[in-house]
Design a protein around this ligand. Sequence first.
Ligand SMILES: N=C(N)NCCCC[C@H](N)C(=O)O
Ligand SMILES: O=C(O)CCC(=O)C(=O)O
Ligand SMILES: [Fe+2]
Length: 324
Amino acid sequence: MNSLPIIDISPLYNADEAGHLAVAEAIDRACREWGFFYIKGHPISAERIATLTDHAKRFFALPADEKLKIDITKSRHHRGYGAVATEQLDPSQPCDLKETFDMGFHMPADHPEVLAGKPLRGPNRHPLQIEGWTELMEGHYRDMQDLACTLLRAIALALGIERDFFDKRFVEPISVFRMIHYPPRQTATSADQQGAGAHTDYGCVTLLYQDQAGGLQVQNVKGEWIDAPPIEGTYVVNIGDMMARWSNDRYKSTPHRVISPLGVDRYSMPFFAEPHPDTEIACLPGCYDETTPPKYPSTTCSRYMLSRFAETYAYRRQGEAEPV
Ligand SMILES: N=C(N)NCCCC[C@H](N)C(=O)O
Ligand SMILES: O=C(O)CCC(=O)C(=O)O
Ligand SMILES: [Fe+2]
């Protein structure tokens, strides 16, 4: 078994319970065996993807000083533009050869949680130079959160917990929508300067749109890297570490990486689904018993996320005060 499953999730959008169950079972199997799968039959249109891609290309083509007006390393709330080498997903490798735009759940500056200085809470920082950007991205963020919650309801069904377990926890979430530009790799031998170093994701589930350039690789059970090639009209979905903790490793959080293609630009757009920051992440009922006790101590979403950020962002590692 060396290729990732493709699951048609359209039955989740109609009322037939048998259809929901069949999809939940397919997702359950994929999460146990791979922690990775493709979905088709989702509601994000090809036009939406085309518009987003056009906006991403326009943004990343701006001069550096324009992009750096929303520099993420100068954002108190972890929003905005990350230049090449801002992030280092694999600490044993050079910094990632990619630039990024990150947005989250928008909270106005006068919101009580923002005034209280709660980590990761605050307003989005959009590139105002690009007309229509803010409306497009804020609408897409809501649509991606809805899609994530639809998948999470199927996961809840598979895990035998209340169907709305995750919906309740994803109110005012810290989910992130990110756009990524991977500049082309110049020579065949520069494969070790990775677009994204090997890592596991931090959150619950990640929903990834990738363009046709290729380069995403996933580790199989034998530890070999296999390609997760682009498949038109699909999203790649993967389990993150918080879901692995919640499910006591019933669901795998699988290492993956991006080897930038030679001589071509690559664009991708992951949505990292992460719950409300105060959510407790502790082994779910039904995921442990006497023979398999909980493997991870309980933590909270925000505590866990901040510890992971500190490992992969050089500027957060240096013990600098939170920037403005
Ligand atoms: N969730 C947030 N905020 N992510 C921003 C960094 C993305 C890196 C990482 N692979 C990840 O799993 O998150
Ligand atoms: O760009 C991709 O295809 C994957 C990116 C990724 O794994 C991440 O940002 O966590
Ligand atoms: Fe990832």
